[in-house]
Design a protein around this ligand. Sequence first.
Ligand code: DLL
Length: 433
Amino acid sequence: MIWNETIECMEREEMRKLQDIRLKRIVAYAYHNTPFYRKRMQETGLTPGDIASVEDISKLPFTVKQDLRDNYPFGLMAVAMSEIVRLHASSGTTGKPIVVGYTRKDLGIWNETVARCLYAAGVTRNDSVQVSYGYGLFTGGLGLHGGVETIGGTVIPMSSGNTQKQIQLMHDFGANALACTPSYALFLGETIRESGLPREEFKLRVGMFGAEPWTENMRKEIEELLGIKAYDIYGLTEIIGPGVGCECECQHGTHLWEDHFFPEILDPQTLQPVTPGVTGELVFTTLTKEGMPMIRYRTRDLTALHYEKCPCGRTAVRMDRILGRSDDMLIIRGVNVFPSQVESVILEMPEFEPHYLIEVDRLNNLDTFLIRVEVRPEYYSDEINKLLALKKKITLRMQSVIGIQPEVKLVEPRSLERSLGKAKHVIDNRQLV
Ligand code: DLL
């Protein structure tokens, strides 16, 4: 099912023409309406007339998260505040939040792009969708909410938390789709299993999970636990929120809605474009947003793009799973380590629950690297030899995948804290010393 066939299946050449027109327009718009962009362009000796097509995009300066912080709260708005009908914000881990503003037209674009995502995941007006992303300044809850209303589905606006009630109402209201973070989906699944409510009494068919990196193995785990098909949905506050892209039924890549959000992949070191298919940093330019346009925003997300047509009929570019964020990457004893690598090892081994915590510290100038991982009840044993053998097995596997040897600590089932929103998988104490 395709929500906007004209756009989602548009021939590449046509899409390029549309992007050319929109890029020219948005650059001139940003130049004339946002002093920040005007100054940046003037500093590099550029005028809007220098941008004739997407071929010229590399002439434009980048925008980074710090720019949003420096212009906190409303310095990047391109319209008078009287035109802004909604604000959202993302707290991040340090410093001031970043704030984004939407005009009425922007909310319309957002609803449209989330509607495309829902259709791509096979959710229609006949479905009811339990939205268990947080409502509020976080874009997850209200973003999905608007999309479900746009397609005419039934929204169940649960927000996150209150897990027992989530399950009770999911059961009683017969929700067909669930939208939340993958880590919360796991928690919901575990709680359903323990609740004693028979799974056949649930009508859940589809999940739309995102807002944090997850792996193929985690997908399998969630699908088995909840008896559903799980789709990856991607987005970020700075660009619009959830719905920058989503998987279709073919599930080989996340289609990005590139008529609104123009993607580039750059080598994070040289900031030069890489060939399609090669992994690098994802950079977006919003082509239509009025309230707060973003020009060449560096997401720090690492992925690759594929331009071949998808068997679903869509031509919209496909993005690989996000490998991680360049700023999530840990450098431990000189080796680059992504939490997603740790996660994929844990999930490929049947003995472990999909819950883990990485702790990094520095002792006598040497990095320490500890992974706490939960053993499944059926493998948790009183016999020390069995646990030692299990520990050895996972340590060796980690070492071969990551390249360095972690210290693995096997912990009891259900002993690690569960997450209601974005999971916290890493504690890096090295910054504190
Ligand atoms: O997380 C928006 C969102 C809400 C997306 C609900 C999907 C569903 P932020 O809080 O600004 O916005 O965080 C954006 O989260 O740059 C990625 O690093 C990460 N992220 C988002 N979706 C995915 C995903 C929302 N599907 C940041 N896979 C992004 C991996 C994701 N990482």
